[in-house]
Design a binder for this molecule. Structure first.
Ligand code: NAP
Ligand code: ZN
Ligand code: ZN
Length: 348
């Protein structure tokens, strides 16, 4: 066992405080990673605030992690000391169920082990990346290509894969008209990736405040959802709508913008249900779908795709003592477009 420094939540309504957590011994198949950068995902906030269910406090969150391997177990073959690596939203799965066998560990039928707040194989509760180091099974550790600037890479481990996976699955590419709803951490990666895949990309944001940024990220069009004319103008026009919004939406209004046989994919995860009027699905034979992160193989594919296409997240680098302020800004939709914590600023 080792002691890591960390920013930790003691309760749903308490600010995160510096402290320490325990990491398990490096087992034969484990990799010890000194964390360099950790992204702030809206899921961290939903979780700590108790919006998704009971939380095992005290909890350290963070599931967008990059760092350097400092030690490997005796049976590790995929990583070596000195490697640039990443860890995303899960650190283990059963590996035996049909979904794990298919490389879709995120849909493990026995439940994947989340990077934080989950019961680990040794019975302890997993603790996330707002921390100095972490011990992870080598099979859940990704290679971060040299072409991706290290301080920008962390958000790919959640925001990147969560948008890449559904865009690939539902065939975003040339000739496809793709809308991305919400231009935050996930949304801005959705725009970059859909553009790189060759799709025509439209941002649907609450206002036109970030229009110049959105177009610079690769969007072809940008509309405000606060303007009712947007929904009329874009009726029946999209092949895919990728909803990244962290709050409930008027689903009927968005479904009305889907063309024949088109799909609205929900990756945003508000705690409240999203009500659906089925008639809005009957029109144009529409689909309403969801998607959760991506498998390990696909996450590596996404990292390699981003390296090849020169894609990296737009980040605002912060020190550990700015985490609480950054959370407030995420909640106010005031983030361009991902906060990334410099782990060297954690108390040592
Ligand atoms: P984020 O950076 O806060 O972005 C969410 C964006 O949604 C905001 O920037 C804002 O964009 C828009 N928005 C926020 N509140 C809104 C409201 N009340 N009405 C309309 N639009 C609103 O969050 P994120 O980190 O990208 O995460 C987005 C959601 O995805 C969260 O719920 C998160 O838990 C979830 N998530 C799911 C998965 C998965 O596997 N499915 C993985 C990661 C995250 P505009 O200002 O442009 O409107
Ligand atoms: Zn996340
Ligand atoms: Zn499984």
């Amino acid at each position: 066992m080792s002691v890591a420094t960390a920013y930790t939540a003691a309760a749903a309504d308490a600010p995160l405080e510096p402290g320490t957590i325990e990491r398990r011994e490096v087992g034969p198949k484990d990799v010890l990673i000194e964390i360099a950068w950790a992204g702030i995902c809206h899921s961290d906030i939903h979780t700590v605030r108790g919006e998704w269910g009971a939380v095992p406090y005290p909890l350290t969150v963070g599931h967008e992690i990059v760092g350097i391997v400092t030690e490997v177990g005796a049976e590790v073959t995929r990583h070596r000391a000195g490697d640039r690596v990443g860890v995303g939203c899960m650190v283990n799965s059963c590996r035996e169920c049909a979904n794990c066998q298919a490389g879709q560990e995120q849909y493990c039928l026995n439940g994947n082990v989340g990077t934080y707040g989950a019961r680990d194989r040794d019975g302890t509760i997993t603790q996330g990346g707002y921390s100095s180091h972490v011990v992870v099974d080598e099979d859940f550790v990704l290679r971060v290509p040299e072409a991706i600037p290290f301080e920008k890479a962390a958000p790919l481990l959640c925001a990147g894969i969560t948008t890449y996976s559904p865009l690939r699955h539902w065939g975003a590419g040339p000739g496809k008209n793709v809308a991305v709803v919400g231009l935050g951490g996930l949304g801005h990666m959705g725009v970059k990736i859909a553009h790189a895949l060759g799709a025509e990309v439209t941002v649907l944001s609450q206002s036109l405040r970030k229009k110049d940024d959105g177009l610079a990220l690769g969007a072809d069009h940008y509309y405000a959802t606060s303007d009712p004319a947007t929904f009329e103008k874009l009726a029946n026009s999209f092949d895919l709508i990728l909803n990244t919004v962290s709050a409930p939406l008027d689903t009927g209004a968005f479904l009305g913008m889907l063309a024949l046989d088109a799909t609205m994919i929900n990756v945003g995860a508000p705690p409240e249900p999203l009500p659906i009027q089925v008639f809005s699905l009957f029109n144009n034979r529409r689909s309403f779908a969801g998607s959760s992160i991506g498998g390990i193989r696909e996450t590596q594919e996404m990292l390699d795709f981003c390296a090849e296409h020169g894609i990296a997240p737009e980040v605002e680098l912060i020190a550990a003592d700015q985490i609480n302020e950054a959370w407030d800004r995420v909640l106010a939709s005031d983030v361009r477009f991902r906060f990334v914590i410099d782990s060297s600023t954690l108390p040592r």
